[in-house]
Design a binder for this molecule. Structure first.
Ligand code: ATP
Length: 220
């Protein structure tokens, strides 16, 4: 099964890396791709440029022999990075092989705000990871009905379906977010041990996130 972990990665941190690793292990994903978006449609502009976010991803994964790779298709595509377009292009490449979109509870709860979100279930399975302080997806009636109808238990079931199923995956609960890291840096504190050292070194050498840019603060 192909795993797709989409995000802004502004910056990548251990909350992404550890949970991705645990999902990969528990679902038996062979190829897990981190897929950075170019222009996030549902949030403020990232603090780092697409090139800087890609460089941070490369630094984070450089020594990892974890079966992770980076997929640059959204970075190479002009316009808003709609996940439905990304999954459609992946589907053309992999044929009938199962695709699993990996996302945290917060992203899953926000799914109804995504472009053509219902079509996503015709393209991929979803692996939803618990995340501390996430809103309850049951707050959206249609989403909770979809969850009820499509939820399966066990990795085998997800692996048997090319798309359309939802699995909830238990992962270590790490209250780490990119917002927390940006805010620590902006207030002159160190985010050390929340993200890989080479990524922190790159942030420090470029002065990223040091100014209290409003786009950093709106996601607190
Ligand atoms: P920000 O604070 O800027 O919103 P973020 O830390 O949520 O960023 P994103 O790049 O927006 O990171 O997230 C990409 C994906 O990773 C989302 O599906 C999100 O739910 C998931 N994710 C991020 N951090 C964690 C975490 N600590 N535990 C579980 N899932 C996470």
């Amino acid at each position: 099964m192909l795993g797709i972990f989409g995000g802004t990665f502004d910056p990548i941190h251990f909350g992404h890396l550890r949970t991705a690793f645990e999902v990969k292990e528990s679902l038996g994903i062979i190829d897990l791709r981190f897929l950075p978006c170019r222009t996030p449609p549902h949030r403020n502009s990232p603090g780092a440029s697409p090139e800087q976010r890609l460089l941070m991803l490369k630094l984070a994964l450089q020594d990892a022999d974890a079966g992770f790779s980076i997929d640059c298709r959204e970075l190479n595509r002009e316009g808003p990075s709609y996940m439905v377009d990304t999954l459609a292009s992946l589907r053309k490449e992999v044929g009938n092989q199962p695709i699993c979109l990996i996302l945290g509870y917060d992203a899953f709860a926000a799914l109804p705000s995504w472009h053509c979100w219902r079509d996503i279930f015709n393209l991929a399975n979803l692996a939803v990871m618990q995340r501390p302080n996430s809103p309850d997806p049951a707050l959206n009636k249609e989403l909770s009905e979809i969850m009820l109808a499509r939820r399966v238990k066990g990795a085998d079931v997800l692996n048997m379906h090319p798309f359309g199923k939802i699995g909830i995956v238990r992962v270590s609960q790490l209250a780490i977010s990119a917002t927390l890291i940006r805010n620590l840096i902006a207030s002159g504190k160190s985010p050390r041990y929340l993200l890989p050292d080479p990524v922190l070194a790159m942030i420090q050498s470029t002065g990223l996130y040091q100014s209290r840019n409003p786009s950093h603060l709106n996601n607190i």
